[in-house]
Design a protein around this ligand. Structure first.
Ligand code: URA
Length: 242
């Protein structure tokens, strides 16, 4: 059993707030009857109609965008008892992260129970763009930026072309802030790319993932994806070829 507004949001139709609005406006039907009470609960299989659209309530896929905070592991359980990303999200569904962010990395992380989408996004050739903001020790040179763009060797394999921009440098503190967009997902890829050129990443945040950004979400906050966002993710996977 799940609250109706949460169910509508989790099915990706709209945000929970918008769902509440639609319920009170009388735009929502459960099993053919208008429901305007916000506390109403529904179960899997109940037929939910919103603004005349029947939602697919049979599979009950859930999609979340989390602004992962630091000191949280990207797994569903941790043998050392550390906090995990799934501890943050309040759902009774068994969801799991799509890809991973390091313990100390913050930013966009998607979680779902939709294995098809997760597999598509994690394919090495999915080409979905991920943009990171990295703070590195040292003043990065233009020639090193060019090397990052063209690809550097990580464990003997050259990384694919990347978009790289210097955002700022702090000469006093001897640090640089660099924006880097990649479409691969090797373990610790960003840290290793900088390491390959002798720079240590001291802070890392994933700012964008495909069509998604962190707008409105503080670290530790999350929201359900809309159906439109889910559809866009699917189409991005289908349209791009290696
Ligand atoms: N690259 C890294 O090095 N760490 C992350 O968490 C993500 C990408």
């Amino acid at each position: 059993m799940e609250r109706l507004q949460k169910k509508i949001a989790n099915l990706g139709y709209c945000s929970r707030r918008k769902a509440e609005e639609l319920i009170t406006k009388g735009e929502v039907l459960v099993n053919g009857k208008v429901v305007t009470k916000l506390g109403t609960t529904v179960k899997q299989g109940d037929v939910i109609t919103v603004e005349g659209n029947i939602l697919d309530n049979s599979k009950s896929y859930e999609y979340y965008l989390l602004n992962k905070p630091k000191a949280v592991v990207t797994t569903t359980s941790d043998e050392k008892g550390r906090k995990t990303v799934t501890d943050i999200i309040r759902t009774s569904t068994r969801i799991y992260p799509i890809g991973r962010l390091d313990y100390d990395t913050t930013g966009i992380l998607l979680l779902t129970n939709d294995g098809t989408l997760a597999n598509l996004l994690m394919q090495p050739n999915s080409q979905v763009e991920k943009t990171y903001i990295a703070k590195v020790e040292g003043i990065i040179s233009i020639s090193d930026v060019q090397k990052l763009r063209n690809g550097v060797l990580i464990e003997g394999i050259k990384t694919r072309k990347a978009k790289v921009k210097i955002k700022s440098v702090d000469k006093k503190k001897q640090t640089s802030i660099v924006e880097i967009t990649i479409h691969e997902g090797k373990n610790h890829q960003i840290k290793k790319m900088f390491e390959a050129l002798g720079y240590k990443v001291v802070k890392l945040r994933r700012e964008k993932y495909a069509n998604l950004n962190l707008k409105g979400l503080m670290p530790g906050e999350y929201r359900a994806l809309t159906i439109k966002e889910v559809k866009t993710l699917y189409s991005l996977c289908k349209n791009k070829k290696d």
